[in-house]
Write a protein of this length. Structure first.
Length: 192
């Protein structure tokens, strides 16, 4: 079963920032895979990436963000960004509250300016509370994790070589589809 099939397309649509004509066409689709196919055929790659970011389940969407970040990271990535990505990857594997909070701390320390940091933010927002552990729970709004993942993926798509964005986004959406089908979403690191 494809993990995109159970996503509620109608609740995701407002988050995609679609042109009016495209929104009407996508709104007529019955499921996320059909809408994603339409977006790809229309070369609406940013919108396709946003759709994947909001439609994948929490664990899978954070993993996807880390794959995209890793694929475009260059040698010399700052330690805080590497640590943020590592904690986001660890959260996918074990989903502990301590890991997601540590990832958010690294993302904030890194200035929330990289795909790696936004992957860690997505993990944090995928938890049950944004408040400190000793305070009453304040759940994140449902759209926040997908928004953070979309940010991570889009930042990764323009890192160092913005002219590669379209090609990268196609690869990234292919990775999301692999993850949705149960795969690892592997993306080869780019050559400089």
């Amino acid at each position: 079963m494809n993990k995109l099939d159970s996503a509620d397309l109608q609740s995701i649509l407002p988050r995609l920032e679609l042109p009016t004509e495209t929104a009407a066409a996508i709104g007529a689709c019955r499921a996320v895979p059909e809408a994603l196919d339409h977006l790809l055929k229309s070369d609406l790659l940013l919108e396709a990436a946003r759709l994947c970011a909001h439609a994948l389940p929490p664990r899978e969407r954070v993993w996807w963000a880390t794959r995209c970040a890793r694929a475009t990271s260059a040698a010399g990535l700052p330690d805080l960004d590497q640590q943020a990505r590592g904690l986001a990857e660890e959260w996918v594997r074990r989903r502990t509250d301590e890991t997601r909070r540590a990832g958010m701390d690294k993302a904030i320390s890194a200035g929330c300016a990289s795909p790696e940091a936004w992957a860690a933010v997505a993990a944090f927002w995928s938890g049950d509370s944004m408040s400190p552990p000793d305070q009453p729970k304040v759940p994140p709004a449902p759209h926040l994790p997908g928004t953070a993942v979309a940010g991570a993926v889009i930042l990764a798509s323009v890192r160092a070589h913005p002219e590669r964005q379209a090609e990268r986004l196609r690869r990234f959406v292919g990775s999301a589809l692999d993850i949705a089908a149960g795969g690892a979403g592997h993306l080869d690191p780019e050559a400089a």
